[in-house]
Design a protein around this ligand. Sequence first.
Ligand code: KG4
Ligand code: ZN
Length: 344
Amino acid sequence: MTERGKFVLGIETSCDETSAGVVENGRVIRSNVIASQSDLHARYGGVVPEIASRAHLEKLIPVVEESLAIAGIGYRDLEGVAVTRGPGLIGALLTGLCAAKALALVLEIPLLAVNHLEAHIYANFLEHPHLEPPLIVFVVSGGHTILAYMLAHGEFELLGETLDDAAGEAFDKIARFLHLGYPGGPAIDRLSREGDPHKIHFPRALADDGTYNFSLSGLKTAVINYVRRMESSGGKINLPDLVASFQEAVVEVQVKKIVRAAREKGAGKVALAGGVAANRTLRKRLGEALKKEGVELYYPSRELCMDNGAMVAALGSRMLEEGMVASMEVEAKSILPLPGRSGA
Ligand code: KG4
Ligand code: ZN
């Protein structure tokens, strides 16, 4: 008789994706259903929290049921239910957390309350089964830009983060300004392929400041000022060149700091995580730079870069193994740092 797997359901509702996934034995994805709300938010050029919460309420149960159906299991086969408890939009988080608590209570199974940032990193462990800490992690999404040293599971040393806009947020804001649609990251990524990244020189804030922090608000202003200047002088704007040059300025600083972090920590591995980890230029430039250092680069497939339930289930499975079960009193947190050591 083959041994029965351990199935954990992961629920993700921290922002504008309603998602549920089933992971078997911590590393095998049995299903990963993602219902994106981006169409609902597109006309506003960004996520509207109230609309997000309402859409999660409508979609969550069908998404959970579909994830179980695809995995070929029923509710009674679950050994645990994992859910994102933060960071994220508080109303959106609450929809998932309440549903997960109800499931855990009714099914009498453990509740695993997962950190969204840490879950993004676990997308790498799902797809690269031999990957283990220590490694440098760069979590880069619509809400975060965090460079950290992952010493062990559940133990992170924060190296640096953004002082203003998250990288994805900057992509989204520039895309909105240029009427490229929402979310902006994929649109800029696509359009930049036809452009010359060295055509316009934009500022590289904090590039050589000796910290691992990032700042993008000055770059954003520089792009906006460039467009206004061209418009008022009747100059022609080449959109692909413009977005390629903006993206280059973002990525160049990121690559520089990640490489320096890997060197300083003597880390042989770097993993990207979060929505912006899907960016082609970041992956390519960083891959090339790390190769010269003899450091290996890992990143999840595009689907697992975005918010998804499977990454939540993966981290939840590990927490289940380690007995890190949440109580029914666990609360949603809009702000939640990576666990473990913080600050150098
Ligand atoms: O991780 P995620 O799905 O949600 C958050 O936790 O924020 O990340 C979404 C962010 C958005 O800002 C989106 O524009 C950005 O990731 N993004 C990208 C790319 N794909 C998604 N940014 C740059 N290049 C991409 N290919
Ligand atoms: Zn995310």
